[in-house]
Design a protein around this ligand. Structure first.
Ligand code: F0G
Length: 419
């Protein structure tokens, strides 16, 4: 069995170079499948373990035919930060944060785009497109620029953080602000890419994106000395990333690199939580949210396209899902910045807020080894950070004024002259 695309529902198989986003027979999602015996043989001859941590350290695990075509901006290899001080505050003895803001455009999307855009080049397409809450558009715009491809992005009008908008614009994408939310924008690009076959869709429905993003799991295992953590906590929006991370862990497990699998734990904002609700209700279907709302605009999504993969990941791994309020998200964002020196955007902080809630509710044990994935850099959304922080004092450029502002003693000190 060669590397191919396969329907997660009916098992229909499609060639790896066929441009297809949904199963032609049943309309369900696709995923990339490998011959794992063949992969194990390739790996035994490969030098991959000597290569530095990055997405392309794992090129043997990627569905690319021609590695000379790789479109890279040096993605992956992000820090797995031990967070003892934060862990102490949350009551978790072994806590790490996998900080995806360290990627070239500041989010985990770059892992998927380096593979997705490389595939686009291999397929010979000239025009790429996506709908986005911001980060996907920033990332696609950058990789399309690097590859010399035409790029169009659809974003929800007025509901995208400023840093992300700036990125999409400066990288030269055609930016369309859609009057509507992300779900509506995605609906349009799905139909558009079916109608205009020459435009290649790079939302996470595209299984090649997921292949790049699974490297998040591989890296965690390699950074923990070939072990999986007990639990991985991930913010969930359109649900591609949690699905990708789970795929990565199951592949490393199948190949014998790790002995156990982590409990996948998905966190959504209260106002945009169809997957968390389905998990809590024990339901096999989601009920889409018509008007999703949250300050964490990255995950302001009511009808996650990859919900089925995410629900499978959470159920198969014996994990869980939780919802967090905007206030809890902002508290967590501030806490992570002040206690660990990690500045992440609000959606990313939802993983910390979710961990806090689940620990307080006794659903996560203090001796579990936990990794929280923080998905995007704090500078993506400077407005939120400025709004929730104390305003800087304005002072005269004089010693006394500054001493007063800093609460220092202002008593005169006689200068000492010596010879
Ligand atoms: N965190 C951030 C910072 C994101 O940008 C996203 C998704 C997620 C978490 C959720 O990941 O969709 O794979 O479940 N952002 C997409 C975008 C939707 O368009 O940038 P997911």
């Amino acid at each position: 069995m060669m590397t191919h695309q396969e329907c997660i529902n009916c098992g229909s198989k499609y060639a790896v170079d066929e441009i297809i986003y949904f199963c032609k027979k049943c309309g369900d999602l696709l995923e990339i499948k490998y011959d794992y015996d063949e992969l194990a043989r390739t790996l035994s001859k490969s030098e991959w373990k000597k290569t530095p941590l990055s997405v392309w350290r794992y090129k043997d695990f990627m569905p690319i035919n021609d590695f000379s075509k790789i479109v890279s901006l040096n993605e992956g290899g992000t820090g797995l930060h031990p967070c003892q001080r934060l862990g102490k505050q949350l009551g978790i003895r072994r806590l790490h944060v996998k900080n995806e803001g360290e990627n070239p455009t500041g989010s985990f999307k770059d892992r998927g785009m380096t593979v997705g855009v490389t595939k686009a080049v291999e397929l010979g397409v000239k025009h790429v497109i996506c709908a986005s809450t911001g980060n996907t558009s920033a990332s696609l715009a950058a990789y399309a620029a690097k590859a010399g491809l035409q790029c169009s992005v659809l974003i929800p009008s007025g509901k995208i953080a400023y840093g992300k908008l700036a990125q999409a614009m400066i990288y030269g994408a055609k930016v369309l602000q859609v009057r509507g939310n992300f779900d509506q924008a995605l609906d349009v690009v799905l139909k558009l890419s079916e109608k205009h076959r020459s435009i290649y869709l790079l939302n996470s429905i595209n299984p090649f994106r997921i292949e790049g993003q699974k490297s998040l799991a591989y890296e965690m295992c390699d950074q923990l000395n070939q072990e999986s953590p007990d639990r991985v906590v991930v913010p969930v929006g359109n649900a591609g990333n949690i699905s990708a991370i789970w795929k990565g862990f199951t592949e490393f497990h199948k190949l014998g690199f790790i002995k156990k699998l982590p409990k996948m734990t998905g966190i959504q904002a209260v106002g945009a939580a169809p997957i968390a609700q389905a998990i809590k209700n024990g339901s096999d279907e989601i009920v889409p949210v018509g008007k999703p709302e949250t300050i964490a605009t990255a995950i302001r999504i009511g009808a996650p396209v990859s919900w089925k993969k995410a629900v499978n990941a959470i159920r198969q791994s014996h994990g869980t899902a939780e919802t967090v309020t905007d206030a809890e998200i902002l508290d967590a964002q501030k806490m992570l910045a002040r206690v660990e020196g990690l500045f992440v955007e609000p959606a990313s902080a939802s993983s910390i807020a979710g961990l806090k809630k689940l620990t307080e509710n006794g659903e996560i044990e203090s001796d579990e080894q936990v990794v929280c994935v923080t998905t995007g850099h704090g500078l993506k959304d400077p407005d939120v950070a400025v709004q929730m922080s104390e305003k800087p004092l304005e002072v005269d450029a004089e010693m006394e004024a500054i001493e007063r502002a800093l609460g220092l003693k202002t008593a005169m000190v006689m200068p000492v002259y010596g010879g």
